[in-house]
Design a protein around this ligand. Structure first.
Ligand code: GDP
Ligand code: MG
Length: 426
């Protein structure tokens, strides 16, 4: 059984929360793309955790967690992240964490480059998390990246590093006029942090292939949502990797396997971190009220997230791109304070109403078309069954199901593991 848990929207849909919940049934959880630009929040009986690089199955005893070849790994950050979890009593060892030898290492000069470029862009900035993600994916495709498995071959690694550092300094010093990095410092860094992970590094593709063939249940965890996918999202305001479910078997190292189930995580309203077109965006007091109700401040960066109502054209597109068989609608409880709930049901583009999500360049000119639904105006965070939900909340769910042509199976009504409702397929 191979299942993907993916974001339908712009990220921060609550993927970490749903992976933590649904992984009770799984043997393995795999992160297959992205790096420590992720911020996956998990709240359960062990405490509150924000995971950046570690898969969200790490808090479950008996679950093996894999960081796949599609990831970019900041090894210093990973060391710190593991340290924090260990302080909280979570034990992490090669038994419950495996790192792909083909995953690439996000280096200090990649972080530097990310910061220098955002600075250079000034008001035209992309809204990068400044964690080196775009530069290291760039390096990967330019074939100038170092992979985790190279840490076992230090002589070879040093030779490659010399070439890479010489090349990288052409940019750091030549383009930005910044202080160049040295081979010695970078090698020291790789020794200091890389060596800690030697026992964890292996051929995770082989491990997962064998696990799948022996009937183990595997869950793939995405970072970010469909609208941030490098190919299918709002380019160039996307992430630098493929966030979609179809990429999961590739980024995990098992392209010979097919997904059995795609679960799309979709937020009951919209949020977006960073720059780029965000058609149904709220501003002013309306935005502040929703942001406050939803606690919409970035888990990885602390930045206030941009907010808006549920967006049908964008979500329907996200569902299609994720091939989502079923949906978990998250943060429905956040809307409880509203008397009336707006939904963006279409866009107006050059005077015409459209319902299909347009090409990025057209998106800038789109205006939202809203429909209003009645709010339920009461606390739903203790609801555990369909019957517990107020009629207006169910109407809202059914409206979204119909508008997006999806099956909403899970409704999350709070951030803790047990705060959810399962709905029958109608
Ligand atoms: P991810 O990046 O998709 O894993 O999502 P984030 O963790 O960045 O953002 C989701 C935020 O909403 C986190 O702070 C969660 O603790 C919280 N959260 C998740 N589900 C719910 C829910 O149903 N209700 C409420 N109120 N908060 C939720
Ligand atoms: Mg997040």
């Amino acid at each position: 059984m191979l299942t993907s848990i993916c974001g339908i929207n712009w990220g921060d849909e609550g993927k970490g929360r749903m992976v933590d919940l649904l992984s009770s049934d799984y043997d393995v959880v795999v992160r297959y793309q992205g790096g420590n630009n992720a911020g996956h929040t998990v709240i359960n009986e062990k405490g509150k955790f924000i995971l950046n690089l570690l898969p969200s199955g790490i808090l479950r005893d008996g679950v093996v967690n894999v960081m796949g070849n599609g990831m970019v790994v900041d090894i210093k950050h990973l060391y710190g992240e593991i340290g924090k979890l260990e302080e909280a009593g979570i034990s992490i060892s090669p038994k419950n964490l495996k790192i792909s030898s083909s995953a690439v290492i996000c280096m200090p000069y990649n972080v530097m480059q990310d910061c220098l470029e955002e600075e250079r862009l000034k008001d035209k900035k992309y809204g990068s998390t400044k964690r080196g993600i775009a530069p290291i994916y760039g390096d990967k495709y330019l074939k100038k990246a170092i992979r985790m498995g190279e840490l076992f071959h230090k002589d070879q690694l040093k030779e490659r590093l010399k070439d890479i550092v010489e090349w990288k300094n052409l940019t750091i010093k030549g383009v930005y006029g910044a202080e160049p990095v040295t081979v010695e410092a970078m090698m020291e860094y790789l020794e200091e942090y890389g060596n800690k992970f030697l026992p964890y590094i292996c051929d995770t593709g082989k491990y997962l292939d064998e696990a799948a063939k022996s009937g183990k249940k595997i869950m793939f965890e995405a970072q970010l949502g469909a609208l941030r996918d490098i190919d299918f999202g709002i380019y160039p305001y996307t992430s630098s990797s493929n966030t979609i479910a179809a990429y999961a078997p590739i980024g995990a190292g098992v392209p010979n396997h097919k997904l059995d189930l795609s679960i799309g995580i979709m937020k009951a309203y919209s949020t977006c971190v960073g720059e780029g077109p965000f058609t149904a965006e709220y501003f002013g007091e309306k935005a502040e009220a929703l942001r406050k109700a939803g606690g919409e401040y970035g888990a990885a960066t602390g930045r206030p997230r941009r907010v808006g109502p549920f967006d049908v054209p964008a979500s329907r597109y996200g569902i299609r791109m994720q091939g989502a068989d079923e949906i978990a609608l998250t943060k429905l409880d956040v809307l409880s304070f509203l008397d009336e709930i707006e939904v963006c049901t279409a866009y107006e583009l050059d005077g015409k109403e459209i319902t299909d999500f347009p090409f990025s360049a057209d998106l800038e000119r789109c205006k939202p078309v809203f429909t209003k639904l009645k709010g339920w105006n009461k606390d739903i965070s203790d609801c555990r069954k369909e019957e517990d939900l107020p009629k207006e909340a169910l109407d809202y769910i059914r409206f979204i199901e119909k508008a997006t042509g999806s099956y909403i199976k899970y409704v999350s009504v709070g951030a803790s593991r047990e705060q959810y409702v399962v709905l029958e397929r109608k």
